[in-house]
Design a protein around this ligand. Structure first.
Ligand code: GLC
Length: 556
């Protein structure tokens, strides 16, 4: 093979967030301790040891704060209280201490774009008159039309329908409108208000004082809105979103937001130890995203370009090139992710054709069903391909068990606001959020001792229970453990990157990281690995041949 050309240089001795594997815990579906069918902090604490044996470096906990749970906790009513559903602050402290005792860092989810409509700030705003400083915490506006009966602009919600809801005043007459880019129970905060900024600095400090290692920041690209809230210039084509290459709509990635993150980074840096924040930024192209990870802003952002590439060699090739170019340009690590609680699980996503790559619309019983066997084979290859890429990698609970999406969930169980706001046209994200199977016993496969489970598991989850996979060296779980072990052993997270000549698509993609070669076969013809030593492969290899949809790490 010819000499590979290096695109990214190794960063030996990197801090945890640069090169670590960060595992997303979705608390309501991880493990239930108190038996109410909803996962909780004590459930997580009890199962931490198992997680530690997986070989991850950090966990990110989705929101467990006080919330009416209209958007599964991404509607926060009090940022410094634990919702009784999940436990208490003491439970959190115990969980944090236990995680630290295993050497696992803990990031928590900060949701600054919006609060719950039950938050004291919003309730206070409702009780105050239009034009008051209380209302200035949010975006309240008079409506258009003769009697203010039309929404103030044409923005639509990410979950469907208008992004505006009109208030009914105490005397029953219609009042002002308030903005919500998500559900009507999630009013958007007004980030041009210095008081809002100060309140969040207090929230950051509260959790940093408790010892958290960092934050995953929800929807940071939505926080600043263009002055005057002008219309979305091409709402008919883009809906709530944007189209890359076109004018940036007034609700997405406005420049005014950067000083806020600089201030947050200063706060993080003022603490002992290494604290970090990762932005859930949906900003394209990545050359623009690079601004968000300049040395004094976010430590890193999710790389949705990689997730959005589906599993298409051309798109992946471009995504990886673009990532190194953009992130290295500002000294930030590239990050990699294939799953989270908002997208169809990759074991199902890669076993079907679900259009929009981010797939947050979900798959329902009346949609074409995925081929989960094919999906899992590709997913394991994809994960192996990802885990040797230098930079931080994010995993989502359950992917290490090869869990498929629950694609036949009955509508009666659905909770995602997307389902309700689109009258069921988009079934939404519940199928990716089903409670984990721990042991193949009881009605919820060990998720809860009571057998209860807020969403029912599909039949297939029993055979995928963790205890069965722990005991099976050929299981998906053992495969993940082996891969994570090797990643650590060869320090691949801190490694280098160079495409392997002859493996730049469309038949195969291959790269080298610190002397380890990683090849994924996208083509029909097997790839002969010759005399190379195979460190790990996504499927057992026969005769040193890498078949279609297989990936291997080899040492030449
Ligand atoms: C983020 C979360 C998602 C939530 C949305 C609104 O995208 O990941 O679950 O619904 O923000 O907070």
């Amino acid at each position: 093979m010819d000499q590979a050309i290096e695109l990214h240089k190794a960063t030996p001795g990197s801090q945890w967030w640069r090169s670590g594997v960060i595992y997303q815990i979705y608390p309501r579906s991880f493990a239930d301790f108190d038996g109410d069918g909803i996962g909780d902090l004590r459930g997580i604490e009890r199962r931490l040891e198992t997680l530690s044996s997986l070989g991850i470096d950090a966990v990110w906990l989705s929101p467990f704060f006080k919330s009416p749970q209209k958007d599964a906790g991404y509607d926060v009513a009090d940022y410094t209280e634990v919702d009784p559903l999940f436990g208490t602050l003491d439970d959190f402290d115990a969980l944090l201490a236990k995680a630290h005792s295993f050497g696992i860092k803990v990031m928590i989810d900060l949701v600054p774009n919006h609060t719950s409509d039950q938050h004291a700030w919003f309730q206070r705003a409702l009780a105050a008159a239009p034009g008051t400083s209380e209302r200035e915490f949010y975006h309240f506006k008079d409506g258009l039309g003769e009697n203010g009966e039309l929404p103030p602009n044409n923005w639509v919600s990410m979950f469907g329908g208008s992004a505006w809801t009109r208030l009914v005043e105490e005397n029953g007459t219609p009042g002002q409108w308030y903005l919500h880019l998500f559900d009507s129970s999630q009013p958007d905060l007004n980030w041009s208000n210095a008081q809002v900024q100060q309140e969040f600095e207090k929230i950051l400090t509260f959790w940093l004082d408790r010892g958290v290692d960092g934050f995953r920041v929800d929807q940071p690209h939505a926080m600043a809105k263009a002055l005057g809230l002008p219309d979305h210039p091409y709402v008919e084509e883009a809906g709530a979103g944007f189209i890359e290459g076109r004018e940036t709509p007034p609700m997405w990635f406005q420049d005014e937001v950067h000083p806020i993150f600089r201030r947050w980074r200063e706060i993080l840096n003022s603490y002992e130890g290494v604290r970090a924040m990762c932005g859930e930024t949906y900003v394209y192209p990545l050359s623009l995203m690079a601004k968000w990870v300049r040395p004094d802003e976010f430590n890193q952002t999710f790389n949705f370009r990689f997730l959005d590439a589906g599993w298409d060699p051309k798109k992946l090739f471009d995504a990886i090139n673009e990532s190194f170019e953009a992130f290295d340009g500002v000294g930030a690590p590239a990050t990699w992710v294939l799953n989270n609680h908002d997208v169809i699980r990759h074991a199902s996503r890669f076993g079907g054709h679900y259009g929009r790559a981010t797939a947050s619309d979900g798959v329902g019983p009346s949609d074409t069903q995925p081929d989960n066997e094919l999906g899992l084979a590709i997913a394991k290859g994809a994960t192996l391909f990802m885990l040797a890429l230098p930079g931080a990698s994010y995993l989502y609970q359950g992917e290490e068990l090869g869990l498929p999406e629950h694609t036949t969930l009955e509508n009666a169980y659905r909770q995602d606001p997307t389902f309700f706001r689109t009258s069921g046209t988009r079934v939404g994200r519940d199928g990716a959020r089903v409670p984990l199977p721990w042991e193949p016993e009881g009605a919820s496969n060990g998720f809860s001792d009571s057998g209860k489970s807020w969403l029912p598991q599909p039949e297939s989850y029993k055979a995928l229970a963790r205890s069965l996979q722990e005991a099976d060296e050929n299981s998906t779980l053992s495969f993940y453990k082996n891969a994570l072990n090797l990643r650590k052993q060869f320090a691949l997270g801190e490694g280098s990157f160079a495409w392997l000549p002859g493996h730049t698509g469309p038949g195969s993609l291959g790269y080298e990281n610190l002397g380890i070669r990683v090849i994924y076969n996208f083509g029909k013809d097997p790839i002969d690995l010759g005399s190379a030593k195979v460190l790990i492969s996504s499927q057992p290899l026969i005769g040193g041949q890498l078949e279609i949809n297989q990936c291997a790490w080899i040492k030449p």
